[in-house]
Ligand binder design. Structure first.
Ligand code: PSU
Ligand code: MN
Length: 310
């Protein structure tokens, strides 16, 4: 274990991650909220280990990020991954929660906002996840916009994802990403992906067709001195692995109504809707989610290799 100590703050890296970063090798950050709050047990532990395996087989080093006993951790060993997947009551930590978690020695899984921040602080340039958080439907009533948007607007990192979660108001989320200076490019597509679905039906302004092009966009952001912010590489789930769009729309409508009836709000809303979809589609949404995440992790490893080569 190595500690990154700077201004008295401590982030703990595994030796494997620290050595890879010191040698300029490819590292891919992975988030933990998808494991603890986004996927059902016991499949979530298998998936966490599988995703790390995909990164390793591609010749890069995985760095799953979480906070354990108040210490932000970049890279987890086997028992720690198991803790994240199984510990009852593990918190969900966004960027604003990192300081209280550290001060009060709490443990929690990190969302995209907290993971991208910790990854960038540790010097990791590429991060893979499933779907980003964004602007919720009814946002004009609830003001619920994921902290992912704000964090990505201020964090220099390439994020590979299958778009934003389809439970959200996707056009509003794209609009906010534009306003906040987050670069968005489709990977081998001109349409913004729809998380469980191959497409959201929304256009995307930029398209890249190779991992090298994705890496080059971040390099250009750096060379131009564009203020720190993310490059989102939106990589669609293959059509053959997507959730049936009609089933998606039907169960999502039910899920939104159920959340409303149960009065679910705030941090709980995203896990509630994802879980409802898994049950309401007989597990089909889970398979589509996993197919998307696997593809994103594999692509992130290729992008990380391009960055470390050049
Ligand atoms: N991607 C998935 N499943 C998830 C998430 C992403 O495939 O569960 C998580 C991410 O951690 C993301 C969070 O940051 O959902 C968004 O939560 P909220 O809407 O409360 O900001
Ligand atoms: Mn929210």
């Amino acid at each position: 274990m190595r500690e990154l100590v700077d201004n008295g703050g401590i982030i703990r890296l595994t030796d494997e991650v620290a050595e890879a970063l010191a040698g300029g090798g490819p590292v891919v950050a992975l988030e933990s909220t998808i494991i603890s709050h986004g996927l059902p047990q016991p499949r979530n532990l298998e998936v966490a280990l599988e995703l790390e395996g995909i990164v390793r087989r591609a010749g890069a080093v995985p760095a799953t990020i979480a906070v354990l006993d108040g210490v932000p951790r970049v890279g987890l060993d086997g028992p720690d991954v198991e803790r994240v997947a199984t510990e009852p009551g593990l918190r969900k930590l966004g960027l604003r929660d990192l300081a209280p978690a550290a001060a009060l020695k709490a443990s929690g899984a990190t969302t995209v906002s907290a993971t991208s921040f910790l990854a960038a602080r540790a010097g990791i340039g590429v991060f893979a996840t499933g779907g980003l958080g964004g602007v919720h439907r009814e946002w004009n009533v609830t003001q619920d916009e994921s902290a992912d948007i704000d964090a990505l607007s201020r964090t220099a990192i390439i994020v590979v994802c299958a778009g934003v979660k389809s439970i959200l108001d996707v056009p509003a989320t794209l609009q906010r990403m534009e306003t906040r200076g987050i670069t968005v490019a489709g990977y081998r597509t001109d349409e913004f992906p729809g998380f469980y679905l191959h497409t959201s039906g929304q256009p995307v302004d930029w398209r890249v067709d190779t991992p090298a092009e994705a890496a080059a966009i971040m390099r250009s952001r750096e060379l131009l001195g564009v203020p720190d912010g993310a490059v989102v590489i939106a990589n669609p789930v293959p059509v053959e692995a997507q959730l049936d769009p009609a089933l998606h729309d039907r169960v999502l409508a039910e899920a939104l109504a159920a959340a409303d009836a149960a009065g679910v709000t705030g941090q709980a809303i995203t896990p509630f809707l994802l879980d409802y979809l898994v049950r309401g589609t007989g597990g089909a949404s889970l398979e589509a989610n996993l197919a998307a995440v696997r593809g994103n992790v594999a692509l992130a490893a290729e992008i990380a290799k391009c960055r470390s080569a050049g």
